[in-house]
Ligand binder design. Structure first.
Ligand SMILES: [Zn+2]
Length: 72
């Protein structure tokens, strides 16, 4: 009977339960109210936010006209 010599090492990872939440990357806007925080850049999908001149509806479009489908 051979002993298994290369059994996997036990991971002695430090317990993270007692670690405080990492604060090394502070959010500079965390103290600002949501409306003052900068909005994340819109994703590049070919869409652009427009306001329909006909009904004032805000929506995203990838067309050259600002008019929504309802007002066309
Ligand atoms: Zn419209």
């Amino acid at each position: 009977m051979r002993e298994v010599t290369n059994k996997p090492k036990e991971q002695d990872a430090p317990s993270v339960e007692d670690e405080p939440t990492c604060t090394c990357v502070p959010d500079p806007f965390t103290s600002l109210p949501p409306e003052l925080r900068p909005r994340p850049a819109p994703k590049k999908s070919g869409l652009r936010p427009v306001v329909c001149p006909g009904c004032g509806k805000e929506y995203l479009t990838n067309r050259s006209t600002d008019r929504c489908f309802d007002c066309e």
